[in-house]
Design a protein around this ligand. Structure first.
Ligand code: GLU
Length: 424
């Protein structure tokens, strides 16, 4: 991450940031102190160190995590990340954001997250499969369709979810499609799941542009990230007439004032190890200049801690829609809010993924599968309702959209806790 050395050490701990966000929202409502403290702890944390046989015959020990943050509103739900920097505090933060996210879009789940510290780009398919199966075996005691349901996140995909589901089913002795979401369609996946997060980001971008009085046709967008979320967001915005003037991934950043065709760029990336570097129909720019491009909307869709106190001031976009989880630190956000930037926070903007995961889980339970149009229609209804719920809260409480989303979520979680009571 650029600018990393220029910010205070505390600013980049995502779990501390998640807790700060809870504290900040609670200033605007009367929440029981016990509930507030509860939300700043994770209910269950599992760390596993497990062996895996590598292709060269050696045995390597990998570290993995599964954290369940809160289950007051339903079973825990959240993705599995395979990345070199996965650590306990990151997983705790991501699990906390899942609880809040599921409450914002009002689906009956709590929050969880998991991950394995590894670099999937350096692993063969066989190694990835053995890591996935052994990791699943290690966390089986705490997951399950009624307890905690994993899904894809950075570095994982439908194939990895299929291996997780298969391992879980083998251990239980019967097929259990609903134990994992984000699976390929032929093994119980939902139509529309792969594009769902990007589609949700697109709906939020559309509504944010409307709110700011900017015409979507011809609006200029900059997208950071060209993984599942970034690429689908860019494609769906392009379909709506939005011009993608800047885009980046780990290999570099591209700029074209006339707009970049994300479908063409995707075809290029497919032939280039999924990297966008060297794309001939755009100019290569320095990654740190991406955020200062003139545009109507900036979409960070890569990972956490990208907009911080060290670079928030260079942003010219009047709208930010967070495709990634935790891309903006509280210090970075303060600068943006002072400048009047309209921020659609991660816990709303990227909730399309978990919403369609919920649809997948429902379809698995019913063994009845929906058409893609039905999935997309139901997703749109939930995203729109949630966007306008948050907007209403933001106006009523005179706060930004993030605080509004937290207030709405915390009220819902606190209500569930109140009516359930505290066991025993
Ligand atoms: N990993 C995604 C997220 O951060 C999806 C989680 C899910 O589908 O359970 O929202």
């Amino acid at each position: 991450m650029f600018g990393e050395n220029m910010v205070g050490a505390g600013e980049l701990n995502p779990y501390e940031n998640a807790k700060k966000q809870i504290d900040r929202a609670c200033e605007h409502i009367s929440v029981d102190d016990g509930v507030k403290t509860w939300l700043k702890h994770c209910e269950k944390e599992l760390c596993v160190n497990f062996p895996v046989k590598m292709d060269d015959g050696s045995v390597r020990i990998f570290t993995g995590y599964r954290v369940q943050h809160n289950t007051a509103r339903g079973p825990a739900k959240g993705g599995i990340r395979f990345a070199p920097d996965v650590n306990m505090d990151e997983v705790r933060a991501l699990a906390t954001w899942m609880t809040i996210k599921c409450a914002v879009v009002n689906i009956p789940y709590g929050g969880a997250k998991g991950g394995v510290t590894c670099d999937p780009t350096l692993l063969s398919d066989g190694e990835k499969e053995r890591i996935t199966r052994r990791f699943t075996y290690e966390i089986v005691p705490i997951i399950g369709p009624e307890k905690d349901i994993p899904a894809p996140d950075i570095g994982t995909d439908g194939q990895i979810m299929a291996w997780m589901m298969d391992t879980y089913s083998m251990l239980k002795g019967y097929d259990n499609y609903g134990a994992v979401t984000g699976k390929p369609i032929r093994v119980g996946g939902s139509r529309g799941r792969t594009s769902a997060t990007g589609r949700g980001v697109m709906f939020c971008t559309r509504e944010a542009l409307k709110k700011k009085g900017i015409n979507e046709k011809g609006a200029r967008a900059v997208v950071q990230g060209f993984g599942n979320v970034g690429s689908w967001t860019a494609k769906l915005l392009h379909d709506n007439g939005v011009k993608i003037v800047g885009i980046s991934d780990i290999s570099g950043a591209l700029y074209n004032n006339e707009g970049i065709d994300p479908y063409d760029l995707y075809e290029y990336a497919l032939k280039n190890k999924m990297m966008i570097k060297g794309y001939p129909k755009a100019e290569e720019i320095n990654e740190k200049d991406l955020f200062s491009l003139e545009c109507d909307v900036l979409i960070p869709a890569a990972k956490e801690n990208q907009i911080t106190s060290s670079n928030a001031d260079v942003i010219k976009a009047p709208i930010i829609v967070e495709g990634a989880n935790g891309p903006t630190t509280p210090e970075g956000e303060k600068i943006l809010l002072e400048k009047g930037v309209f921020i659609v926070p991660d816990i709303l903007a990227n909730a399309g993924g978990v919403t369609v995961s919920y649809f997948e889980w429902v379809q698995n339970r019913e063994s009845l599968y929906w058409k893609e149009a039905e999935v997309n229609e139901k997703l749109e209804a939930i995203m729109l309702e949630s966007f306008y719920d948050c907007l209403q809260y933001s106006e009523e409480h005179k706060v930004g959209m993030r605080d509004a989303a937290y207030i709405l979520a915390i009220e819902r979680i606190a209500d569930a806790i109140k009516v359930r009571g505290v066991f025993p």
